[in-house]
Design a protein. Structure first.
Length: 385
């Protein structure tokens, strides 16, 4: 299907991005998956090519390009030729914008250029052992001690947890208000800040999803992001972009799975004919092709809406729900069409299957997406009571 949203400059950009992911990222994937983390160097190389924090002003190391289509290209090319566990976009377009939008001049000048060069790697720490979907349950505390904030608590499932240098940590600042939280910039080397295990998990093996611990960490006042009472409000402001990022990646993942499966079923033979020529295979592939094309149109539309500042949290929730459900359905079907080979690690589809499973859970689980969409229809018991 022809896509209408890209201009020649995006296509040119795609060619150079593809070369980067084909040469600097993809070939390292297996080694990174074994070591449980990507090399820090991958961020530095991406930074040198101008792929990090493109949205930031030049004085902060970016190129002042906020057009999301460039990020979309990077996500799509990393998904197809790079490594799903390389969370470059989380660093660049999910976490760094908090500093860009909420940070003081001093914070932006101090932090963003290093992030744009890939020298400082970012993460965001919201989830705790007892608080995931329901962030009102956060127990990590930050107490105002005059010239600093004292941080105590722990986080879990944090992306870039081992290689990260700076984390935006969500902590409770007002025990009386369920949403009384602040955002604190916690840096590598701060006393009392420790990393826990790099957690063993089903997929995304190159991603260093980890525990983080804070014991009497003195966070200087210069490391508070925005108003320390408004953290929850800030988190909701960035949700639409976070969901769009997940949607673009999940759909690209499904598209890539479809393509490798199409090649496979044309070559693999059973009962004297390519398995792709069985009616069941043909129909399944036809269903997938049609659904992928339809959803790509919707996602491309969401990208343009986002560029125009019009993508609302509900439409983004629809995008996240649909793409991640389709990703999982498509990849499951693709494993089936691969037969036993689909279960073998040496075939990429096997890894794609385990990598895909988390998409329906993170960036807001799909049940939460359904809640958001359902409430927007005023099907909310609090309103209908
Ligand atoms: C690989 C990976 C990377 C991650 N990266 C990060 C990161 O960088 N930073 C970070 O802060 N977190 C991160 N997370 C955490 C992730 O955001 C949470 O796992 C997710 O928000 C779900 O929270 P939970 O695990 O506590 O599940 P729970 O909230 O315990 O949910 C369990 C189940 O209950 C359902 N449920 C919960 N509430 C409702 C409801 N109201 N209605 C219906 N169903 C509901 C959920 O949908 C889910 O199916 C990551 C997780 C993984 C696995």
């Amino acid at each position: 299907m022809r896509r209408h949203i890209f201009e020649p400059e995006h296509e040119q950009f795609r060619e150079s991005a593809r070369r980067f992911f084909q040469t600097e990222v993809g070939p390292n994937g297996e080694r990174w998956r074994k070591q449980g983390a990507v090399d820090r160097d991958a961020f530095v190389k991406a930074g040198a090519l101008g792929y990090l924090l493109m949205w930031a002003e030049e004085k902060y190391g970016g190129s002042g390009v906020s057009d999301f289509r460039y990020e979309q290209v990077l996500i799509e090319e990393n998904t197809r030729y790079g490594e799903r566990g390389f969370f470059m976009t989380l660093h660049s377009r999910l976490v760094a914008p908090y500093i860009g939008h909420l940070g003081t001049e001093e914070q932006k000048a101090r932090i963003l250029p290093k992030c744009a060069r890939g020298e400082v790697i970012l993460g965001i720490a919201m989830t705790e052992p007892d608080a995931g979907s329901d962030l009102a349950g956060i127990k990590t505390r930050a107490e105002d001690r005059g010239d600093h904030w004292l941080l105590n608590g722990s986080k879990t499932y944090i992306s870039n947890g081992q290689i990260g240098d700076l984390f935006i940590v969500v902590a409770r600042t007002d025990p009386q208000r369920s949403h009384g939280m602040g955002l604190f910039l916690v840096e590598r080397g701060m006393e009392g800040f420790e990393r826990g295990r790099n957690l063993a998990k089903m997929g995304l093996k190159a991603q260093d999803t980890s525990e983080l611990f804070f014991a009497d960490v003195k966070v200087p006042k210069t490391n508070v992001l925005g108003d320390p009472a408004k953290g929850f409000h800030y988190l909701t402001r960035f949700l639409a972009e976070e969901r769009l990022i997940t949607s673009v990646g999940s759909l690209a993942h499904a598209q890539a799975a479809f393509d490798i499966t199409l090649t496979y079923i044309k070559e693999r033979k059973a009962f004297g004919r390519p398995i792709g020529t069985f009616q069941n295979s043909r129909f399944r592939m036809a269903d997938m092709r049609a659904q992928l094309d339809a959803l790509q149109v919707f996602i491309d539309h969401c990208v343009l809406e986002h560029n125009a500042g019009r993508l609302d949290a509900i439409t983004a929730a629809e995008a996240k729900l649909l793409t991640t459900e389709l990703e999982n359905r498509v990849i499951d079907d693709c494993v089936q069409l691969h037969g036993g080979a689909g279960y073998m690690d040496e075939y990429p589809i096997s890894r794609m299957y385990t990598d895909a499973r988390i998409s329906r859970i993170l960036a807001g689980s799909n049940e939460i997406m359904r809640e958001i969409i359902g409430r927007s229809l005023e099907l909310d018991e609090r309103k209908l009571k």
